[in-house]
Design a protein around this ligand. Structure first.
Ligand SMILES: Cc1ncc(COP(=O)(O)O)c(C=O)c1O
Length: 374
C-alpha cells in the first residue's frame, strides 16, 4: 500500500518533545502511573503483581473486554476487539471494510487516517465539510445528497477533533437513519466520549445504535492514558469483528500485557479517572473563553461542546496562522497546530485545553499576541 504522509503526526514528530508548551495537544494531562496502580482492586492487584510478559489473547484480555463492554448498553464482551490505540483500529477497519469501488463519506476536517487509509485502499472518499459559519454542525441534507449506492461506510467523530463539535440527539438519530437507509456501516469515532462539556449532551454510542454501528474507543483521550496504546472497536457485527481479528494478525497480533492490566484498572476506576479529566478540561476551558472574549476582534471562537480541543481562527487581515504560529513557538515555546496540518489551509488552528500547563501557555500566547497583534 502506498499512503500519503500523516501530516499531523509528522508535525508532532518534529515538535512534540521539543517545545515547552503543547497548546495543541489532543489529549488530557497524562494520568500518573503510580496513582493508577494504587487504584487496583484485589483482583487487578494480583494480576499486576503476578504478570508474566508473554503474548496475550489476540482478541484482548477477557476482563478488559468485559470492562469495555460495560461502557455500552447492549454490547457483549465478545463484541469487543482490542487494538494498539485507536490508530491501529482505524487502519484495520479501513482495510477490512473499504476498497476499490466503495464510497466512504467522512466528516472534514478530520484526523487524517479516518479518510487516508480508505483512499490508499482505492476507495472513493467523499469529504463532508463542516463549516465554522454553521458552528461546525453536520449538514444532514448535504449528507443525504452525498450518499450513493456505493456508500459502504459513513465516518463521524463525536465529540469532534479538531472543532469540539458534538451533534445534538436529533442529528445523531438522523445519521443512524441515513447510514441504515444506505445499508452502510456507521463508524463513530468516540475517543472523546465522556468529555461532553454538559454531560446531558452525551450521545448514544454508535455500536448501540444500529446493527452495523461501530464504536471506536481508546484509553488515550478522555481516560488520559495514551501511553497504554489500548484502543478498541465495539460492534454487533460479528462478521466484521472476525474479519478485523484476521487482519490484526498482520499488525500487532495482540495487546501489550502490562497495558491490558493497567487499562482494566483504569476502566474499573472510570468515575475517578474521567472526573479528573473533566475537571481539568472545565477549568481550562473557562480560561480559554476569557481569552477569546477579550480578543474577539482578533480571533473567532466556536465554543466546543465536547472533547479537549477547539478550532479558533486568527481573523487579523494579512496575517497567516502558519507564520504567526511559527513565530510564536520561536518566541515563547508555545505550539499551536495550524489548520494546514489538517488539510485545511484557512486561518484556523487547533487549540488543546486538556493539559495542566494551559494557564502558563495561554499567558505566553497572550503576551505574544499583545506584541504582534495590537
Ligand atoms: C479523532 C481521533 N481518532 C483517533 C485518534 C488516534 O488515537 P490513538 O493515538 O490513541 O491511537 C486520535 C488521536 O489523536 C484522534 O484525535
Amino acid at each position: 500500500m502506498r499512503i500519503a504522509d500523516f501530516a499531523l503526526e509528522r508535525f508532532f514528530a518534529r515538535w512534540e518533545f521539543a517545545v515547552e508548551h503543547l497548546l495543541c495537544a489532543s489529549d488530557v494531562e497524562a494520568y500518573p502511573m503510580a496513582e493508577l496502580v494504587s487504584l487496583a482492586d484485589d483482583e487487578t492487584r494480583a494480576l499486576w503483581d503476578g504478570l508474566r510478559l508473554g503474548y496475550t489473547e489476540s482478541t484482548g484480555h477477557p476482563l478488559l473486554r468485559a470492562e469495555i463492554a460495560s461502557l455500552y448498553e447492549t454490547i457483549e464482551p465478545d463484541e469487543v476487539l482490542t487494538f494498539a490505540g485507536a490508530e491501529e483500529a482505524i487502519f484495520c477497519l479501513m482495510n477490512v471494510v473499504t476498497g476499490t469501488g466503495d464510497q466512504v463519506i467522512v466528516t472534514s476536517p478530520a484526523y487524517q487516517s479516518l479518510y487516508e487509509v480508505a483512499h490508499a485502499n482505492g476507495a472513493d472518499v467523499t469529504l463532508h465539510e463542516l463549516r465554522e459559519a454553521h458552528a461546525w454542525a453536520i449538514d444532514l441534507d448535504a449528507l443525504r445528497a452525498q450518499v450513493t449506492p456505493a456508500t459502504r461506510l459513513i465516518v463521524v467523530n463525536l465529540p469532534h477533533n479538531p472543532t469540539g463539535m458534538l451533534a445534538d440527539r436529533a442529528t445523531f438519530d438522523s445519521l443512524v437513519e441515513i447510514a441504515e437507509g444506505a445499508g452502510a456501516h456507521l463508524l463513530v469515532d468516540e475517543v472523546y466520549r465522556g468529555l461532553e462539556i454538559d454531560e446531558g449532551d452525551r450521545l448514544p454510542t454508535g455500536a448501540d445504535s444500529m446493527p452495523r454501528g461501530i464504536s471506536l474507543g481508546v484509553m488515550s483521550k478522555s481516560f488520559a492514558m495514551p501511553g497504554l496504546r489500548i484502543g478498541w472497536i465495539a460492534t454487533h457485527d460479528r462478521d466484521l469483528l472476525d474479519a478485523l481479528a484476521r487482519f490484526k494478525d498482520y499488525t500487532t497480533i495482540c495487546s501489550s500485557a502490562p497495558s491490558e492490566i493497567l487499562a482494566i484498572i483504569g476502566l474499573r476506576s472510570r468515575d475517578r479517572v474521567l472526573g479528573r479529566s473533566r475537571s481539568i478540561v472545565a477549568a481550562n476551558l473557562e480560561r480559554v473563553d476569557v481569552f477569546f472574549e477579550e480578543w474577539s476582534d482578533r480571533f473567532s471562537w466556536v465554543r466546543p461542546r465536547g472533547g479537549s480541543i477547539g478550532y479558533p481562527r486568527l481573523t487579523v487581515p494579512g496575517i497567516r496562522i502558519d507564520d504567526w504560529a511559527a513565530a510564536l513557538v520561536q518566541a515563547e515555546g508555545v505550539l499551536l497546530l495550524p489548520g494546514s496540518q489538517l488539510g485545511d489551509p484557512g486561518n484556523h488552528f487547533r487549540l488543546g485545553f486538556g493539559r495542566a500547563d494551559l494557564p502558563v501557555a495561554l499567558d505566553r500566547l497572550e503576551a505574544f499576541a499583545r506584541r504582534t497583534l495590537r
